[in-house]
Ligand binder design. Structure first.
Ligand code: SF4
Length: 379
């Protein structure tokens, strides 16, 4: 019997052993597609019994496109001084949140570039302002690289920055900027971005402070499958450490393939990487399934409709994913590199879930169920 078949049989046993990196590599290399997805789906059903799939009503806000990091896969940012730079005012951001409140939304995901002109005071004032105006909206904001940028400008530690932002109203730190937590890959596609250890350290600090965090992963950056497994392993190790410390770990994991339009990576700037860029639907679904099995300490796996489309996202619900993501309402960063959809209405998400045979349930950003009853449409 092929080793990959043995591994999958162990994974559907009553007490499945934890996958080693070699096991995961074997699944990548030689597992049968249908068998892999079946086992991942069984794991999801065992961990989350029932027939529900969750979704979040939220809004993405990309408050500034000024950035000094120059990631090769990014079509969103503009360097300081460029004629197309913008930074939204507090009122503009607040108005966007008011529109989210009108459709029953519960959180914003606010991320932007690493803007050296914005000091810590600007961020503290922004969060305090939003907290006061929108007390029922969870403020999940900034990626670790933004926190590093704020710390650099302020001349204090990232832990001190996070602490001040949490005091001002920060609810969570989304997992943006993880991409591939392998330094060789990062150096090839984002030479100015912090090391993988920096991302891990800022997330560790956020978890110590009790902020809500999630983990992400971009595939198709020129990495090998061994490097994909290394990424999963970094996430799993931090989750182990956080759980052992009694802190709240990552709520969820979401992966998607890199988009290659309008950026220098797509135009051939591959740095030192050797692997094929991008990932097709089958490769993505296999990655979702292996993530479900490998990340045995993260409960929720999200499907990615913005990059893969609704049809493939539906298939991900049979590959181990239990969550359909969120409405987003105006995503600008990933979409600048070629996604076809930048937002989904509540009805679209619910239809995607029901036509796949599941019951849609609205959740908040901490994965607490809000309602199974039909919510107002934003169409
Ligand atoms: S991905 Fe983020 S950090 Fe990288 S260039 Fe774009 S905005 Fe800057």
């Amino acid at each position: 019997m092929p080793r990959s078949t043995e591994i999958l049989e162990e994974q559907v046993s009553a007490f499945p052993p934890r996958l080693s990196q070699n096991d995961a590599l074997e699944l990548y290399r030689s597992s049968e597609y249908n068998d892999l997805l079946y086992v991942a789906n069984e794991r999801r059903r065992k961990l989350l019994p029932g027939n529900t799939v969750t979704y979040l009503v939220d809004r993405n806000i990309n408050y500034t496109n000024v950035c000094t990091i120059n990631c090769h896969f990014c079509s969103f940012y503009r360097p300081p001084g460029h004629s197309e730079t913008y930074t939204q005012s507090f009122i503009q951001i607040s108005d966007r949140i008011s529109e989210l409140e009108e459709i029953g939304g519960t959180r914003i995901l606010m991320q932007g570039g690493v803007n050296p002109d914005l000091g810590l005071d600007w961020y503290v004032e922004l969060l305090s302002n939003l907290r006061e105006r929108h007390p029922s909206i969870a403020l999940d904001c900034f990626s670790p690289i933004e926190i590093e940028g704020i710390a650099r400008v302020a001349g204090i530690s990232t832990m001190d920055v996070l602490s001040k932002l949490a005091d001002a109203g920060l609810h969570g730190l989304p997992g943006g900027g993880a991409e591939m937590l392998v330094d060789d890959v990062r150096k090839g596609v984002s030479p100015l971005k912090g090391s993988s250890e920096n991302w891990i350290q800022v997330m560790r600090e956020a978890q110590i402070l009790g902020l809500v965090t999630s983990a992400t992963n971009v595939i198709g950056l020129g990495e090998t499958i061994a490097q994909r497994v290394q990424h999963l392993d970094r996430i799993r190790m931090l989750q182990d450490e956080t759980m052992q410390s009694g802190n709240r770990g990552f709520t969820s994991f979401i992966s998607w393939p890199v988009m290659l339009e309008n950026n220098s990576l797509g135009r051939g700037n591959r740095g030192s990487n050797q692997f094929t860029l991008g990932a097709n639907a089958i490769e993505y679904l296999r990655h979702v399934a292996i993530s479900r099995l490998y990340l045995d300490n993260i409960l929720h796996i999200q499907a990615s409709w913005p990059t893969m489309g609704m049809d493939v996202a539906q298939m991900a619900l049979f590959a181990g994913a239990d969550d359909a993501g969120s409405t987003m309402m105006e995503e600008n960063v990933v979409s600048a590199s070629g996604t076809s959809k930048t937002e989904a209405s509540i009805d679209e998400l619910r239809t995607m879930i029901t036509t796949a045979g599941f019951v849609p349930v609205q959740r908040d950003s901490e994965y607490n169920m809000i309602s199974q009853i039909a919510t107002p449409s934003n169409q």
